[in-house]
Design a protein around this ligand. Structure first.
Ligand SMILES: [Zn+2]
Length: 105
């Protein structure tokens, strides 16, 4: 595990980042919570495994306690401040702040 396959893992990482983008599209467009949650869990799992993260923050946060997609108006509330967005998970109450100075994942 000492970087013998560095190039290969970089490729995997790029693919993982792409997969996360795709999953995020699913997450954003899905009207079904089950599908959103499944995508959210996959995003977290891929992110953890490959150290990849979303390139563009696209509006939906994932609760890291519940591993569910926090969909505003469905299971979470959103507060927008001048430079940051604060999400509150409706399930566990955990908050998450997103903004220029925060790293989402
Ligand atoms: Zn939660």
């Amino acid at each position: 595990m000492s970087g013998r396959f560095r190039r290969r893992s970089n490729l995997k990482k790029a693919l993982a980042a792409e997969a996360i983008d795709d999953l995020h599209n699913v997450l954003n467009e899905s009207n079904e919570q089950n599908l959103s949650d499944a995508s959210a869990r996959l995003i977290l799992r891929i992110g953890k495994k490959y150290g990849a993260r979303m390139k563009n923050y696209s509006g939906i946060a994932i609760c890291r306690s519940c591993n569910v997609a926090m969909v505003p108006g469905r299971n979470s509330t959103v507060r927008i401040r001048s430079k940051s967005i604060k999400y509150t998970c409706g399930i566990c109450g955990r908050t998450k702040t997103m903004g220029p100075s925060f790293r989402g994942y």
